[in-house]
Structure formats: C-alpha cells, structure tokens
Ligand binder design. Structure first.
Ligand SMILES: *[C@@H]1O[C@H](CO)[C@@H](O)[C@H](O)[C@H]1NC(C)=O
Ligand SMILES: *[C@@H]1O[C@H](CO)[C@@H](O)[C@H](O)[C@H]1NC(C)=O
Ligand SMILES: *[C@@H]1O[C@H](CO)[C@@H](O)[C@H](O)[C@H]1NC(C)=O
Length: 409
C-alpha cells in the first residue's frame, strides 16, 4: 500500500514538474550557423529542446514582421517537416503551419497549412494561414540531412509572444502521414512559446503535458486495480479458503480487494473514456471496447454479490459457476487490455517489465497454492476428515463440491 501511494505521488510530482516551463537559453552555437546564398545572419537563434531543430529569426518592429529560418536536422528525403505558430491555441490544434518536403518531382515543396480544431490526424492540407506569409521557401540538404524553411510572417497585431510547435513525420508519395504520437516521444513534446521581440522562449506547456499526465494517471489506476488487485483478490478467494484458519478472513479479504479494485478501476475507466473523447481522430478501438466490456462485467460481479443465493440454495452452485466464470474472464481481459494499453502509452520499457513481473509472480504463487491445495485436499480425503470444515462460514459456505478443492466462490 505504502509503495503504491509512493508511486502515485511520484508520478503526480513528476507531472507537476513537467508543467513548469523550462527557460531555454539562446545558444551561441546556432547563431554561428552559416546559411548559404547570403541569407542571414539572423538577429536571434534558439536550439529547440527536441527533434534536432533550430529557429533563427530577425524581428522588425517597424512593420511587425519577422524573418525566420527553421532548421530541422537528421531528416531524410522521405520526411516532411513543419514549424507553426499557434496564436489561438496550443499544441497542434489551430496551429498555423509552414510545411516542407521533397516531392516526387525531386523539388522541395514549401507551403502553408492551417490546422482546425476538429481532428488530430490531419493531412496538412494546403491553405492560407490566419496571418499573412509574404515569403516562403525551403531547401533540403541531402548531405547534411537538413531541411530549412525560410519565411517572412506578418505577425498578428499587438503581440510578439506566441505558442510554437514543430514536427517531423513520414511521407507517403506526396502526402504527409501522421507523425509519431507514442507516449513520451519527442514528437509529443515539441511545443513551447517564443517571444520574437525579447528572444525569450520556453519549452513544453500546452496540451501535450497535461495530456501526458492524464495518460499516466489512467495507466497507473487501471494497472493497479484491474491488473493487480483483482487477480490478487481471486487468488485469495480460491486458495486461502482451503486453510481452516483463514475462514472467514479470506472472504472479507476477497470482498475488500475486489471492491477497492472496482472503485479504483471505475475511476481509471473514466479517465480512459475522457482520454478517448479528447483524442479525436485517434481511436484505440480494441482497447476501448475491451475497457467497456470490463466495466460491464465488473459491475455485474458487484451486483451479483447482492443476488447471491443462500449457501444451501439449489441455485447456489449455478451462481458460483457464473461468478467464477465471469471473474476469470474479467481477469484475463484486464491483463490483455493492460498490455494493449502499454502499447498505446508506450511508457519506458521498465514499467511494462515491472507489470509483467508482477503478473508472473501472481501466476507463480497461484500455481504453488494450487499444488498445496490439492495436497491438503487429498490428505483430508485420506484421513476421512470432514470436507466441509473449511466451509463453515455461512455467508460463503456452499455445498461440499466447491469447498473441497478450493473452488469456493
Ligand atoms: C556549440 O556549443 C558547445 C558548447 O555549448 C561547444 O562545445 C561546441 O564547440 C559549439 N559548436 C560550435 C559549432 O560552435
Ligand atoms: C519590414 O521592415 C524591415 C525594415 O525595418 C524591412 O527590411 C523588411 O523588408 C520589411 N518587411 C516587409 C515584409 O515589409
Ligand atoms: C513539387 O514541388 C514543386 C515546388 O513547390 C511544385 O512546383 C511541383 O508541382 C511539385 N510536384 C508535384 C508532383 O507535386
């Protein structure tokens, strides 16, 4: 319990730290870059925090324009690159993009593309921006694997500070394809602010960090509840009841485990629905559908508890069979869905490994307990002892059949 609290606390702390804008200092390095064709030098230059990118600019206060050169290194002829100001939003939605790639004629195609608010996976369709772009060109240096976009922007009136976002992605023929959106990849962190007058920039902030935090919370809540507590609760029910001394403790442990798992799990499920509705255009159908099925089955289990027939009722056996079957289905689906979630969130490998380790450990304990249970049952049979001793606890005792080998509900 303490460890789990600590884990959640550290994750929340880290997420809070991620929200603090990190001031990036203008680096001397990038201003020593020599543009060919007599372009520049530019008055200011910054090394952007991710994606091997640099922004060079000269701001003219007289006409409120800025001449920029956006340099993106480490790209190939099969990449598109883009840099955008986002005067009315943050992150990708509403971004006003300058896009460049080498097209199938072997020419570098530079154009403007505004992004709307509707969908995340947009094709970067050509269109005019919310502010004028009197000059735009780009060049690709295949030797240095470097794309440079040159542009002059007539900035929206009354301000010099804007959100900016930059990106790189693959091409298919002459059409830009979706960029990497996994977990904590640099492509999800390529946002920040820039003030063309003061040269101040900050990294991060905006949509992707709060989204990252939500994704982490979603992952932790669900992995702990559906993924760990529920299987542990099932192991408790199945194996502890065979030990006479553990009755009725196992029953209360089982109910506590599953109920808290259900409550935390529903919270985690809610965060998932919210994430799903926020990520318009990106749908993780299988993960979502399994999640909804799990919520229904989990809720069914909780309410079935209220409808449980008395131990000696003739339908109790059927109720038990239903309860185990649903329980095992829930556990199997939960584990499958958590691994699907790992593929979507794509966190650091160690989290997936840690979870895999926990599941293997629970599985190992279950196998060992299964063996011990059978030994005990066989011994009791041999001794001719009362098989139902361990089933005396009224709320949960049932017919002998399921008490014997630990299959009690
Ligand atoms: C860039 O800066 C780093 C340290 O800030 C320095 O070691 C390196 O030599 C510089 N490179 C150029 C090309 O100026
Ligand atoms: C803006 O003014 C500067 C001089 O202050 C000039 O060099 C530049 O060409 C002007 N830009 C535009 C787009 O008119
Ligand atoms: C490639 O880009 C150049 C420059 O923008 C353009 O003139 C040409 O039509 C483009 N070719 C194709 C096949 O789109």
């Amino acid at each position: 319990m303490a460890k789990r609290t600590l884990l959640i606390q550290s994750i929340l702390l880290c997420s809070m730290l991620m929200m603090i804008p990190i001031p990036a200092k203008a680096q001397q390095n990038c201003s020593s870059f020599a543009f060919s064709n007599g372009v520049g030098p530019f008055a200011t230059c910054i090394t952007l925090p991710v994606l091997n990118s640099f922004l060079h600019w000269t701001y003219h206060s007289s006409n409120h324009t800025v001449d920029i050169a956006y340099r993106h290194t480490g790209v190939s002829a099969s990449n598109w690159v883009a840099w955008a100001l986002n005067p009315d939003g943050s992150g990708m939605l509403r971004a006003q993009c300058l896009v460049a790639f080498q097209n199938s004629s072997g020419l570098v195609h530079a154009y403007t593309a505004p992004i709307g608010t509707g969908t995340y996976f947009i094709q970067l369709t050509e269109g005019s921006l919310s502010f004028p772009v009197p000059r735009l060109s780009a060049e690709f240096d295949n030797n240095n694997k470097e794309m440079i976009i040159f542009a002059t922007l007539r900035l929206p009136a009354g301000r010099t500070s804007f959100n900016q976002v930059w990106q790189v992605g693959p091409l298919s023929g002459d059409s830009p394809q979706a960029h990497d959106t996994t977990g904590n990849s640099p492509n999800t962190r390529s946002t920040g602010t820039v003030d063309f007058a003061t040269g101040q920039v900050s990294a991060g902030g905006g949509v992707s960090n709060s989204r990252m935090r939500k994704r982490n919370v979603h992952g932790v809540l669900n992995a702990v509840s559906w993924g760990i507590l529920m299987p542990v609760g099932a192991v408790i029910a199945r194996y502890l009841k065979v030990f006479k001394s553990a009755t009725p403790a196992w029953f209360y442990l089982h109910v506590t485990c599953q109920t808290s798992a259900y409550i935390v799990g529903v919270a985690g499920w809610g965060t998932g629905l919210k994430l799903g509705s926020d990520s318009k255009g990106i749908t993780y159908d299988t993960h979502r559908n399994i999640g909804i099925a799990l919520f229904c089955l989990g809720t069914l289990q909780v309410f079935a508890l209220l409808l449980r027939p008395k131990p000696d009722h003739k339908y109790r056996l059927y109720w038990n069979i239903y309860h185990w079957a649903t329980g095992y289905v829930v556990i199997a689906l939960s584990i499958v869905n958590i691994f699907k979630g790992f593929d979507i969130l794509d966190p650091q490998k160690k989290w997936k490994n840690a979870y895999t380790g926990v599941i293997i450990a629970i599985g190992g304990v279950a196998v060992a307990l299964e063996a011990i249970t059978w030994l005990i049952v066989l011994k009791r049979k041999k001794d001719g002892g009362s098989l139902s001793d361990n089933n005396k606890y009224p709320p949960h005792s049932s017919n002998r059949v399921n008490g014997v080998n630990g299959y009690g509900a």
